[in-house]
Design a protein around this ligand. Structure first.
Ligand SMILES: C=CC1=C(C)c2cc3[nH]c(cc4nc(cc5[nH]c(cc1n2)c(C)c5CCC(=O)O)C(CCC(=O)O)=C4C)c(C)c3C=C
Ligand code: FE2
Length: 414
């Protein structure tokens, strides 16, 4: 029955394309007209991204449209139970990213007396480029001075606790987590289904600590595509690390053998920051001032003093306190990070303001040399900070990719 369910999702993939894009006939027609996707685009956005490989998918993978990010606490003291869960999660993730149900019994094919092996809301939906990426937080290695799972000595030196940055207004309920799951897909329902099923499988071993939905990717790792815009209305991701630039990825994103520890080689460090953007205040700032704050033009996304988006940045032509002047590699000894953030709007705050912003995600080889010094500089000097408030935060070590038969983080537990 599992196989039948698999083929049902596979067969419905083609129909799913019609469903996804056919919906444009209603309220979305204006969108469809202005963003007319080619048949190749449509096929690409329903396709499966390989789960197995040297690196975890979801880092250098071209950024999908939607995010469901979830931080978990491990609620057992048993190392065996944790390892058993990682095995189950790896199997389920491999299945779901291929467009299959989370478990072999399927959503409707199992015995009627037992809860189904899948929650069912992705039945009929294609894989939609789902990627599921896992990270291990500092508290998995040691919490309150306790070596909970015999992992203390295996904690990477680079997995530091993030320091306090000026202007941080972090909500503890949106910070940290022993484990993080980043699910990205071109279909929000597919991303939510993935996290929901991992949480269901983890019942009794993990509990959801906090989660974040994201839309409208705010960073592109595919320079050939149109650069997306953030909620300030500016192109975001122009000068990001392209997902196919293997040399830049090697230099700035993947942990190298000389970095160690062994179990992290080929992995990367994930820093997430929930950054509230005071968009109502921003919307009252004059266009010229907005451009001075960012350091790029709003329409074209060109560096100030240049004409086209991808023209080189001339730091001398940018205000010294602009975001780009402060974050450009040329002003930071060549420092680069891979940005993979999403916009969010989590309702309103009761004061007539939207609780909106950027769920900033960055991958890097060593946060001590990349995110931390950069954010220390931005939080102290970036004029954009006047419009921002960091409300959530976390850091996780994302192990390398898995080979068939292995489980996520297997080398950590070896
Ligand atoms: C610590 C790192 C960064 C944080 C936090 C951050 C927040 C943040 N950024 C924008 C909007 C833009 N950022 C842009 C470029 C850019 N940002 C960072 C780093 C952080 N941003 C870097 C390294 C860069 C690249 C700079 C360069 O090489 O020129 C841009 C310009 C377009 C682009 O290149 O992507 C925008 C716009 C917001 C709104 C924000 C917090 C909410
Ligand atoms: Fe930025």
């Amino acid at each position: 029955m599992g196989e039948q369910t698999v083929s049902r999702r596979g067969l419905l993939g083609a129909a799913g394309i019609g469903l996804l894009f056919g919906a444009a006939g209603g309220a979305g027609a204006g969108y469809a007209a202005s963003h007319a996707a080619t048949p190749a685009d449509q096929a690409a956005s329903t396709a499966a991204v390989p789960f197995h490989g040297e690196h975890q998918a979801g880092i250098a993978t071209p950024v999908q449209d939607r995010l469901h990010f979830c931080a978990f606490d491990v609620i057992t003291d048993s190392r065996e139970a944790l390892v058993a869960l990682l095995r189950k999660w790896t199997d389920a993730a491999a299945r779901m990213t291929a467009g299959q149900d989370a478990g072999p019994g399927g959503a409707v094919g199992g015995i009627p007396e037992a809860p189904p092996d899948d929650t069912g809301e992705a039945l009929g939906l294609p894989p939609a480029r789902l990627t599921i990426t896992i990270g291990f937080g500092p508290t998995l290695f040691e919490k309150d001075g306790k070596d909970r799972f015999g992992l203390r000595s295996r904690r990477p030196a680079a997995l530091v606790d993030l320091p306090h940055f000026p202007g941080d207004k972090l909500d503890p309920a949106r910070c940290g987590g022993d484990l993080a799951i980043q699910a990205c897909s071109d279909d929000p329902q597919v991303a939510v289904h993935a996290v929901r099923n991992l949480a269901r499988i983890g019942f009794g071993v993990v509990a959801v600590r906090w989660s974040q939905l994201g839309f409208g990717k705010t960073s592109s790792t595919t320079p050939s595509e149109q650069t997306p815009r953030n909620l300030f209305g500016f192109k975001d991701g122009t000068n990001n690390i392209p997902g196919d630039d293997t040399e830049a990825l090697r230099q700035h994103v993947w942990v190298a053998p000389e970095d160690g520890p062994d179990w992290m080689v080929g992995g990367s460090y994930l820093v997430a920051r929930r950054i509230r953007m005071h968009i109502e205040t921003w919307d009252r700032a004059p266009l010229a001032e907005q451009e001075q704050i960012v350091g790029r033009t709003k329409g074209e996304g060109a560096p100030l003093g240049a004409a086209r988006e991808h023209d080189p940045v001339d730091l001398a032509k940018l205000p010294a306190d602009s975001h780009v002047a402060l974050s450009h590699p040329g002003a930071n000894g060549g420092l680069r990070i891979l940005r993979r953030g999403y916009s969010f709007v989590d309702g309103s705050d009761g004061l007539g303001r939207l609780d909106a912003g950027l769920f900033f995600i960055a991958y890097q080889r060593d946060p001590r040399k990349q995110f931390i010094p950069l954010q220390a500089k931005l939080s102290a000097r970036d004029r954009m900070m006047e419009y921002l408030q960091h409300t959530g935060s976390g850091i996780w070590a994302c192990p390398p990719g898995v080979r068939p038969g292995e489980f996520w983080g297997q080398r950590l537990f070896a």
